[in-house]
Design a protein around this ligand. Structure first.
Ligand SMILES: O=C(O)CCC(=O)C(=O)O
Ligand SMILES: [Fe+2]
Length: 260
C-alpha cells in the first residue's frame, strides 16, 4: 500500500501536530463541521478518481425513500405527519471489499496516525473498523439527477472525502442543531421548517480533495441533485467507537443490496 505522506499533504495538514489537531477539534466543537481543503495530494487524488471510475460498474445503485430520522414509519402518527414524510435518495455505492487492495483509501483508513487524529478531534480514545466486510469504506456515486435527501445521521460523526465534484448541483447543505437525539427531542416543527423550505440551509464549500468531519446526528443535511454528465464521487470513511460492531443487516440490505 502507498505511504501515507505520498497521499495526504502532511505539510499543509500536519495531522500528527498537536496544535493542528487542537484547531480542528475546536472548530468541530464550535461549528459542528471541519473542512480540510487540499488534504489529498493532487496525484493521489487523480489516482483515486481513476480507480473509482473503473469500479463504478460494480456499484449498487438504488433509489429509496426514508424519513428524515432514517427510521421506519410510526403508525400512531398520520401518514402526512412530518415524522412519516418520505424523502427520496438515489445513489450508487461500492463497499470496502470492492475497493482495490492496493488503494490509497485502505492506507488512509487503516493508518494509526489518521485514526488517532480523527479520534482526538471527535473526542474519542480510539476508533475501530466495522466488523462486517462492507461498511468501513464506501464510495458513493451520484449521476445526473441523483441526490441524497434530508436526513439526520445515526452516527455521532461522519468523515468524508470528495473525489470528484459534478458540473453543477451536488451541493452539501446543512442546518445545525435541529434536534437533540440524546434528549429524545425530535423537534417536528423545526424539521418541517427545513423540509418545507422555511429554514434556509447553509451551503458547505467543498472542493475535491477536501476532508470533511461532520456531526450529523442533530444537524439535518442533504446533497442536492447532481446536474450534468460528471458523476459526483464521494468517499465515506466510517468508524465505530468500540470493536466488533457490524452495520445492521437491514441497513446493509438497503445501502449495499447484500450482507457480505
Ligand atoms: O455525500 C455527502 O457529502 C454526505 C453523505 C451523508 O450525509 C451520509 O452518507 O450520511
Ligand atoms: Fe448523512
Amino acid at each position: 500500500m502507498p505511504e501515507l505522506d505520498t497521499i495526504i499533504d502532511v505539510d499543509a495538514s500536519p495531522i500528527a501536530d498537536e496544535r493542528f489537531v487542537a484547531r480542528c477539534r475546536d472548530q468541530l466543537d464550535t461549528d459542528g463541521v471541519v473542512t480540510i481543503p487540499g488534504f489529498i495530494r493532487p496525484a493521489a487524488l487523480n489516482a483515486l478518481v481513476a480507480e473509482a471510475e473503473a469500479e463504478k460498474k460494480n456499484a449498487y445503485f438504488t433509489a429509496s425513500t426514508h424519513n428524515a430520522y432514517l427510521t421506519p414509519p410510526r403508525d400512531d402518527l398520520p401518514a402526512d405527519h412530518v415524522f412519516n414524510r418520505q424523502i427520496t435518495s438515489s445513489k450508487g455505492c461500492i463497499t470496502t471489499d470492492q475497493v482495490p487492495r492496493g488503494s490509497a483509501l485502505h492506507s488512509i483508513y487503516d493508518s494509526p496516525v489518521f485514526q488517532q487524529f480523527l479520534a482526538t478531534v471527535v473526542g474519542e480514545t480510539a476508533l475501530y473498523e466495522y466488523a462486517d466486510p462492507l461498511s468501513s469504506i464506501n464510495v458513493h456515486f451520484a449521476n445526473d439527477g441523483q441526490e441524497l435527501g434530508w436526513h439526520f445521521d445515526n452516527s455521532s460523526f461522519a468523515v468524508t472525502l470528495l473525489l470528484q465534484a459534478p458540473d453543477d448541483g451536488g451541493q452539501f447543505q446543512y442546518v445545525r442543531d435541529v434536534r437533540d437525539a440524546d434528549a429524545g427531542d425530535l423537534n417536528f416543527d423545526a424539521v418541517a421548517d427545513v423540509l418545507d423550505g422555511r429554514t434556509r440551509p447553509r451551503d458547505l464549500d467543498v472542493a475535491p480533495g477536501t476532508l470533511v468531519l461532520f456531526r450529523g446526528r442533530n444537524s439535518m443535511h442533504r446533497v442536492t441533485p447532481t446536474i450534468g454528465r460528471r458523476t459526483r464521487i464521494l468517499v465515506v470513511l466510517a468508524y465505530n467507537t468500540a470493536p466488533g460492531i457490524s452495520l445492521s443487516e437491514a441497513a446493509r440490505m438497503t445501502f449495499f443490496g447484500r450482507l457480505g
